[in-house]
Design a protein around this ligand. Sequence first.
Ligand SMILES: CC(C)(COP(=O)(O)OP(=O)(O)OC[C@H]1O[C@@H](n2cnc3c(N)ncnc32)[C@H](O)[C@@H]1OP(=O)(O)O)[C@@H](O)C(=O)NCCC(=O)NCCS
Length: 286
Amino acid sequence: MAVQNLATDITYRPMLEGDLPTAHQLSQAVRWPHRIEDWQFVHRLGSGFVAERNGEVIGSAMCWSHGSDYASLGMIIVSPDAQGNGIGRALMESILDLIGERNTLLFATPEGQPLYEQLGFQAIGTVHQHRGTIVKPTVVAPPPGERIRPAGLNDRTKLIEMAAAGAGMPRASVLNELLQVADGVVLDNQGELTGFALIRRFGHGYVIGPVVATSVERAQAMISYWAGARVDSFIRIDVDDSGQLSPWLQELGLLQADSVVAMVKGKAPAPATGLQQFAIINQALG
Ligand SMILES: CC(C)(COP(=O)(O)OP(=O)(O)OC[C@H]1O[C@@H](n2cnc3c(N)ncnc32)[C@H](O)[C@@H]1OP(=O)(O)O)[C@@H](O)C(=O)NCCC(=O)NCCS
């Protein structure tokens, strides 16, 4: 019986805009909820590689810059019928070459984690995905003297600053792109901002993130605001375990689904004291 040597028939090349429809099919094949628009969003901000077999895209990998010292990588997918042949590893090696010496963040599924460990990534935390449809909203009031209001154009610079402080790495390019597709609210204490939360279309409904605030109560106030504003819609939010929001999100009606391990190669981002990123943007950008 002839055994096809899959690994030798594969070519690797940079990802182009025209690859996104096939990359989208790839993410559907591994049951990821991304729409083509979600692929376009991450592609506008980053670069990637694809693995091709007989002209067909069977693997993807992407990376994004966060200033000159940090990068993140993700959208690492190998078609189910081609897995276990070294393609994931080869895609990772190409993307790590592109990233160079920068400190690199990723969020690992259980399938990806062994490979990332072999490539020098270390676990630094856990992110829990919560999702569901809110039927009856629970309102968490902001602290006395503070109010939730829509984020406006004049808030952009402050939002970029707070996002960077909460994530521990620069956020200007990501936030500028996000603000084209997301709605936002801020917590305003007589002109001083104590937090912000964005929401945008993603997958089967909406995703809340990032959520950056000076306290967990403030994060809850903004999350409950968006949940209340999107009653009867499917909502997803990916929260860092350190924020300890999971039990509260469960009560709100956003049930815990899969968790991923935050991993870093190099130096972990160091958030500023006083501000925390409770919910990430997505598992590609952190
Ligand atoms: C993770 C994924 C990209 C790996 O791609 P792949 O082409 O199968 O990986 P490779 O064949 O290059 O294997 C690389 C290493 O991963 C590990 N690995 C691969 N498949 C694995 C599995 N099912 N379970 C555990 N470890 C596995 C092995 O340690 C392997 O190392 P080895 O070559 O020393 O045995 C692929 O399984 C996939 O697309 N999964 C679904 C999407 C996903 O979860 N992506 C990761 C997002 S963070």
